[in-house]
Design a protein. Structure first.
Length: 96
């Protein structure tokens, strides 16, 4: 099962994001078997990072939540909110 995680940053938290970015990217790269697609959500200017979108492959919601809980951004308290929803891949390749 795939899950879409939409995580929005706390206001004025760019410094938290930047301070933890290297560890976050290392975490994503270490879990490419589970984290199928990941990237920052952007403000309307197309440049400013304001959150994260992750597509997670996990057996159930509990497993998806466990993966997110270990993300350095989550551990640093970056996110104001996180929404995780079951998601079905329809078009394109999920990659490996």
């Amino acid at each position: 099962m795939h899950y879409a995680a939409i995580c929005l940053d706390k206001p004025n938290s760019l410094q938290i994001r930047l301070a933890n970015r290297a560890a976050h990217l290392d975490y994503l790269r270490a879990h490419t078997a589970t984290l199928k697609v990941c990237g920052p959500l952007l403000a309307d200017d197309g440049e400013t990072m304001i959150g994260s979108l992750l597509i997670i492959e996990a057996p159930d919601r509990k497993a998806a939540d466990a993966i997110l809980a270990k993300d350095p951004y989550r551990k640093a308290g970056l996110f104001a909110s996180s929404e995780v929803r079951p998601w079905r891949w329809v078009v394109g390749s999920p990659g490996t």
